[in-house]
Ligand binder design. Sequence first.
Ligand code: SF4
Length: 279
Amino acid sequence: MTGVTDSLAAYEAWTTHRHYRYRGCAPDVDNPRVAAGNPDLSLDAWSGEDRDGGEPQKDRIARERAAVEVCLGCPVMVLCGQYANSVVMDEGRARLAEPEGIWGGQLGLERHRAFIARRHEVAAAAPVRLIATKQRLRVLHALARHSDAEAVAAAAGVDVRTANWQRSRLTTQLNLDRQSATRAELLRVAVERGLLDGSVVVADDGLVPAVPPATGPAPAADVPVSEPLVASPVIPGGRVFKHKQRPAYIPGQLEFFPAEAVVAPVVPLYPSRRMEAAA
Ligand code: SF4
């Protein structure tokens, strides 16, 4: 969910779009009391009419249908929905930036249902106590202020590779897709989970990935694939000796060559009757 800054950025993106003035719910130039997208529709159609005794259900359904139809032909529908469905912190509680009415072609009830579904998804992600390591939180706070990978690492006091690894961990733990999640999404969910104060988030263009593409060799590539894995020896009596370090590997040490091996007959030390019979 979006923080305050993201909500303001979404509002700005919507209202400064070059087609904003042509939005369907704008006042008609000839009759400012009706909508530009449908001259039969009052400007109140998107928020509901305030009638004594309430609006009859039949009227409400007809009004909502007509308003949504105008939205579907509106040139700024997506931006409108992004702003209205962004989330702001209100006295410590997250809520939709526009909790009431029709925005972006969706009824208020539909937008609320989606909001609640998103909250449940987020709640299913890893518990905060597992996410909030000191280094990870430092990287998260740095990411809130910077978009550039090197600037994030510098602000967090770690190298770029470590910062990227922590971003990757955060993305996974917050239940986001590492391949497609953006920085804005990661920060939005972090705010929702209480890991970050939304007011410190500096918005970007929405295209910065949550996890930058890998630039160097992966850590696993440092270990030769051919290196044999040596199991910890088991000492008779049940005690397991644990190596802290991988034992040195001497090339050829564990190899053997069947073609050159000397094959000697097997002579049993204590031949049994059955073996004697077989011989
Ligand atoms: S999408 Fe938004 S801006 Fe466009 S008509 Fe609907 S409510 Fe108005």
